[in-house]
Design a protein around this ligand. Structure first.
Ligand code: CMC
Length: 393
């Protein structure tokens, strides 16, 4: 390949150095700043995890209180932002809306765009983490024709998010603490995942010195795809299509058929060649949520359990090391919590924003940082002579 190494899909190219997240795909290990994901999901909360990802250490109680206060103070969005929503069709996909409104933040907060100023970088980070739940909940409320619900500073991050999504002015609504805890855990599980496609997109966009809010909008655009964040939505659609456990075998065979493009959604991962550690916690959370809501027989859960059992024993999946990933159980959980499928990737974006912001900060603060500029292998025509339009056939 001459001067360059050709590596489509970057399967063996490290694009950066990072101290944030470690994955051992063969062993199924995921660490944020050295801490196992299981411990953080079990004992911590999302804002603590956010602090850890951003600053490298778990906060002391004073640091935690200050960080929570800062994020809470910035949950409101400029009132003018609400006018953006009315420009969208009500049936627009909420990811399309989120992409637009997050990009639009870059037109509002001019005092957090000088990325050479550490104080401006910090405030941009806090603003993004604090405002994304508000913008996501507004996208949901807009899509169902309900009024926006303002953030409530007395609630914690995840309870506030559920309140903004599900409270209505005409009725008393109290956030269920079990569901708020589940939401928080789902956010922790999705918070960062080293150099995945959307994070690499944010880094690449940011490497030119672009506006931080615009870089996050680029990450949201990338996350939307069904091979990435869109897989939770696709996984739930697939489980509904399968319908009953006795159809599972047919779909497993379809996924194995080389001539059929169908894949088992929520299965397989570029890095994990073992059980995705997040999928285990997600499965437990799924059972907790269904238990709390008194859902005893969810047909989708029956299909999922059967599918997992069959696929994990099937030679095709075993040889290719295809295990359930985080998206396999997240759809069932989120649906039970009351979210429509097209909000699933939006929730992923809310959580991943902290990872994007932490990775963006790490990149711009790296003295060796350069603009990202991959090369290519040119396979087009060699140099040729221009022909006038009348001579072309
Ligand atoms: N069902 C059936 N076969 C599969 C699947 C699947 N879900 N995933 C991979 N394979 C096969 C694939 O056909 C290929 O076979 P062969 O070597 O014979 O051509 C082999 O396994 C390797 O697949 P690949 O596409 O080369 O692997 P990749 O690392 O490029 O893709 C993936 C990883 C996640 C895109 C892929 O496994 C997939 O499409 N999974 C379904 C979508 C999904 O669940 N995505 C969520 C990922 S986790 C959340 C996130 O981080 O965004």
């Amino acid at each position: 390949t001459g001067l360059f190494t050709y590596d489509p899909g970057f399967t063996s190219t490290a694009s950066c150095e990072s101290k944030i997240t470690f994955i051992d795909g063969d062993e199924g290990v995921l660490l944020y700043r050295g801490y196992p994901i299981d411990d953080l999901a079990e004992h911590g909360d999302f804002l603590e995890t956010s602090y850890l990802l951003l600053h490298g250490e778990l906060p002391t109680s004073a640091q935690k209180a200050e960080f929570d206060r800062l994020v809470t103070r910035h949950t409101m969005v400029h009132e003018q932002m609400s006018r953006f929503y009315s420009g969208f069709r009500r049936d627009a996909h909420p990811m399309a809306v989120l992409c637009g409104v997050v990009g639009a933040l870059s037109a509002f907060y001019h005092d957090s765009t000088d990325i050479t100023d550490p104080a401006q970088r910090d405030i941009a980070a806090i603003r993004m983490i604090a405002k994304i739940p508000t913008l996501a909940a507004m996208a949901y409320k807009y899509s169902i024709g309900q009024p926006f619900v303002y953030p409530q500073n007395s609630l914690d991050f995840s309870a506030n998010f559920l309140n903004m999504c599900f409270a209505v002015p005409c009725e008393e609504y109290k956030v269920n603490p079990v569901l708020a805890r589940a939401m928080d855990r789902i956010f922790i599980l999705h918070a960062d995942h080293e150099q995945n496609a959307s994070t690499s997109t944010v880094r690449l966009a940011g490497s030119s010195g672009a506006n931080p809010f615009a870089c996050i909008a680029a990450g949201i655009a990338c996350l939307w795809g069904p091979a990435h964040g869109g897989a939770n939505e696709a996984a739930l659609k697939m489980l509904s299509e399968i319908g009953t456990p006795d159809n599972v075998e047919k779909y497993v065979n379809k996924a194995k058929d080389k001539n059929d493009p169908f894949r088992l959604m929520g299965f397989g991962h570029r890095v994990y060649k073992n059980y995705d550690p997040r999928a285990k916690i997600m499965q437990k959370t799924c059972h907790e949520v269904l238990g709390e809501l008194g859902i005893k027989d969810d047909p989708l859960l029956d299909v999922a359990i059967q599918l997992e059992q069959i696929a994990l024993k099937d030679d095709y999946f075993v040889e290719k090391k295809l295990y359930p990933n985080i998206d396999f159980y997240s759809g069932i959980t989120l649906k039970a919590m009351g979210f429509p499928t097209d909000m699933f990737t939006v929730l992923f974006a809310v959580a991943r924003t902290v990872g994007w912001v932490a990775q963006w900060k790490e990149m711009v603060e790296d003295p060796g940082q350069k603009i990202g500029r991959p090369r290519q292998l040119y396979t087009g025509s060699p140099k040729r002579d221009y022909t006038g339009i009348s001579q072309r056939r």
